[in-house]
Design a binder for this molecule. Structure first.
Ligand SMILES: *Cc1c(COP(=O)(O)O)cnc(C)c1O
Length: 404
């Protein structure tokens, strides 16, 4: 980590206390424009931020300001998007496993709806007239990096199988549904652009069966580096290859459509830093533990997905390097990183966890009745408190007090 960054983070921890989430708006904006640039030869492009990665209302407002749309997976995310100032038509709702009732609420709010289940598609077509919808297909391309986040395989619960296309077409014909978009999202972590492009071919083939499409949505799954030497999705190459095919498609289709991507991790992961103070050092027969004042209640990815987050001791950046296993205070196995080389760690030092912008705060909980930390957004050298630290009262806001 650069020393200017270390000094900046140290200063913010002094000001706001630890644990603390910090997001750098410039990193978000740069990632957004990197993707836009890679697709610059396509006339209509929309990048919808998949907001489940980080739903702080102010982060959503920032995406609105830089020109993004919003990808949502629950009615609550739709509502947050509207509160953040997005127009209904800038929001796409791509739920999985929800009720028709919830989908009807999204229709009332006027957002784009994307259906990923044949039974629901049929109900929708029977009950709701003149409301165009998109279809989420499952191209059965295995592009995922991890079983839990790979959603394109044959037994996945996501999308309508491409083998069921004849059935989709008969439902559309029988109900008079208008289909305005075709969508796929094959899961996180695209390692191989060629595999992604195979999925895109299936999407183009499917699209030719529908006459009045407004958009083709290629989902996401862009991989970002979490540690040195990690592969990263080659955005420029992917953009070039996909642009070529997209322009061909538009020619054959005789109509301009919007090319949509909906990244979460790619846009926000690297903007985030999570800072936690060291409570103590504990030596056992084989291990030196650095115990921090946080746990998987604040950052669950290492425990949930075996994710690697780089850890740096920002309080002693020039100290001797030693090996530590960094653990949290939750009363279960709670490991952030095993056998990590860190600059010598002392009580009170601040450890920084990188790539903390995506699926970190948004997956946090109050387990062990712990309070959630503050969040800070950096915008042009200004630090803005975008969520205050929780207080005990916050844990009780939904509790009914009765006498027992
Ligand atoms: C989660 C999700 C995304 C974003 O995935 P990332 O790996 O964070 O880029 C995009 N689209 C849909 C439908 C999703 O559920």
């Amino acid at each position: 980590m650069e020393s200017a960054r270390i000094q900046q983070l140290e200063k913010l921890v002094k000001e706001y206390g630890a644990p603390l989430y910090i997001y750098d708006g410039n990193v978000i904006k740069n990632q957004y424009h990197r993707l836009i640039r890679a697709l610059k030869k396509v006339e209509n492009v929309k990048v919808n931020y998949a907001c489940k990665a980080n739903t702080n209302l102010n982060i959503l407002k920032y995406f609105k300001k830089i020109g993004a749309g919003l990808d949502t997976v629950s009615i609550q995310e739709v509502q947050l998007g509207l509160m953040a100032g997005f127009e209904p038509k800038e929001i796409i709702y791509t739920p999985n496993g929800v009720s028709l009732e919830e989908i009807k609420q999204a229709v009332e709010l006027g957002v784009h709806v994307n259906i990923d289940n044949l039974t629901l598609l049929e109900h929708f077509g029977q009950e709701i007239k003149n409301y165009p919808v998109g279809i989420r297909i499952n191209p059965h391309i295995m592009a995922g990096g991890n079983k839990k986040i790979s959603v394109g395989h044959i037994d996945s619960k996501f999308g309508i199988s491409i083998y069921q296309l004849p059935h989709i077409l008969s439902v559309v014909k029988n109900t008079g549904l208008k289909i305005d978009g075709i969508h796929m999202h094959t899961g996180s972590d695209i390692l191989d652009v060629e595999v992604f492009l195979q999925g895109a071919e299936i999407l183009f083939d499917t699209a030719k069966n529908f006459e009045n499409l407004e958009y083709l949505d290629f989902g996401s799954g862009f991989k970002v580096p979490y540690k040195e030497g990690d592969n990263e999705t080659d955005i420029k190459y992917l953009g070039e290859k996909l642009t070529e095919r997209f322009l061909e498609f538009e020619k054959e289709y005789y109509k301009k459509v919007t090319l949509v991507f909906e990244p979460g991790k790619f846009l926000v992961s690297q903007s985030g830093f999570f800072l936690a103070a060291v409570n103590s050092i504990k030596q056992t027969t084989s291990t030196v533990f650095a115990e921090v004042d946080s746990g998987f209640n604040h950052l669950i990815r290492p425990m949930f997905y075996d994710s690697y987050h780089n850890i740096t001791n920002i309080s002693n950046p020039k100290g001797r390097e030693r090996f530590y296993t960094v653990v949290g205070y939750i009363c279960e196995t709670d490991t952030f990183g095993t056998n990590r080389k860190l600059h010598e760690v002392h009580e009170g030092d601040i450890l920084c966890f990188e790539n903390a912008g995506a699926y970190c705060f948004s997956m946090s909980s109050n387990y062990n009745s712990r309070l959630k930390p503050s969040e800070i957004l950096l915008l042009n050298d200004k630090s803005l408190l975008i969520r205050r630290r929780e207080k005990l009262e916050d844990l009780l806001t939904t509790t009914e007090e009765i006498t027992i």
